[in-house]
Design a protein around this ligand. Sequence first.
Ligand SMILES: Nc1ncnc2c1ncn2[C@@H]1O[C@H](COP(=O)(O)OP(=O)(O)OP(=O)(O)O)[C@@H](O)[C@H]1O
Ligand SMILES: [Mg+2]
Length: 164
Amino acid sequence: MTMATTRLDVATPEAMAELGAQLAGLLRAGDLVLLSGPLGAGKTTLVRGMGAAMGVRGAVTSPTYVIARVHPSLVGGPALVHVDAYRLQGLAELDDLDLDADLDSCVTVVEWGTGVAEALAETRLEVRITRSGTGETRGVELITHGDAWADRADALGAAAGVAT
Ligand SMILES: Nc1ncnc2c1ncn2[C@@H]1O[C@H](COP(=O)(O)OP(=O)(O)OP(=O)(O)O)[C@@H](O)[C@H]1O
Ligand SMILES: [Mg+2]
């Protein structure tokens, strides 16, 4: 199983959304993206950029009472399933949510809290966001797991480059 890491600095919220947009260009139906980082790190900002680039319906927000929201594609692509997992015990629970969507045909993006690393899907893109100091700059690590990402390694590096 392959694993590769790309690191970059993201200076502004706009650049974080742009990184999301760039990553969206690489995503395929059935993909799982896991975002980790502290409160206010920029996880939802990144997902907002993904949603815009994927041409999905509805605003990507951080709803207080909604664990997962399905954003159907308006352009014939995969839907975006946005999960806020602070109250989710594990990915197995995702199945129990009874989403009106087949995850194999969607791109699923999960926001986790810092340091949450449970038994996860074998194939996934992990995005770890860190804040250092008081400025706006965020550190971002993109970590791919699984052979399904092997042929996208170069494209991932390029996507990171655009957003830097
Ligand atoms: N470089 C940056 N990247 C992303 N967001 C930034 C950056 N600099 C400042 N911000 C601000 O930080 C906030 C990030 O909020 P966001 O909701 O995206 O974080 P989050 O990680 O989803 O938080 P939560 O843990 O509450 O879900 C926004 O107000 C955004 O404008
Ligand atoms: Mg959020």
